[in-house]
Every structure is written in C-alpha cells, then in structure tokens.
Design a protein. Structure first.
Length: 127
C-alpha cells in the first residue's frame, strides 16, 4: 500500500517544469532591472559608440547573455504549458511543441551570437 503521492503528476515531470519556470522568472527580475538601467544610461549619451563600449565589458556581455538565455527558456516553458493545456489536436500539439523548441533555441542562439559578435568587435576595434 502506498503512503502519499510522489509529486510526479500525469506527465511525471510537472514539478520540475514548475520549478524551472519559477527559477527563470526569479532570474529575469534582477537581469531585466539591470538591462533597463544600463540601457537608460547608454541611451542618454549622444555618442553611438557608447553601446559598443558598454558591450566591450565582459560583465555586461555575460549578463546580457544570461538575460537572453533566461528569457527564451522562460518563454519556451510558458508556451509549452499553454499548448499542452489548450491544444487538443494531437498532431497540432506536437507540431507546436517542436516549433516552440526550434524557435526558442534558434532565437536564443542568434541573440547570443549577436552579443558575442558585438563584444568581440568592441575588443578588436578598441572602442
């Protein structure tokens, strides 16, 4: 006889999915505040090379990459829950879930590569 539940749910992964979504949400709060504050400081300057100077800092580039990864991971988890809960056509559900994974991974990679390219350009050009 079993004494209590195992916290597995129907899909056997609901608790870990819930925790990952909360973890990414918590990570997004300070990263978003940092990004908006940094953007306001950079945007007030009339010098267009100020952004390149900002991205030449390893700390800024690293925090921006962390923001991008947390943002797309959180979006992937959130959209996955919506599709699993509200799309009942099996082939459409799987197509949307696969598309969600591809979109989030490719968009995150494109953003990270853009940040790294700007970071490396700033270092090489000496801006």
């Amino acid at each position: 006889m079993m004494k209590g539940g195992r916290n597995l749910g129907a899909a056997k992964e609901g608790v870990s999915h819930w925790w990952l979504q909360r973890l990414t949400a918590v990570a997004l709060v300070p990263l978003s505040v940092w990004f908006v504050a940094s953007l306001l400081v950079v945007a007030e300057s009339p010098d267009p090379f100020r952004v390149a100077d900002w991205l030449s800092s390893p700390a800024s580039a690293l925090l921006l990459v962390a923001l991008i990864i947390a943002l797309f991971w959180h979006a992937k988890l959130g959209f996955q829950v919506v599709v699993e809960d509200y799309v009942h056509t099996k082939w459409l559900k799987y197509a949307l879930l696969i598309g969600n994974n591809f979109f989030c991974v490719l968009a995150a990679l494109a953003c990270v590569l853009a940040v790294l390219k700007l970071h490396m350009f700033s270092i090489v050009s000496g801006v």
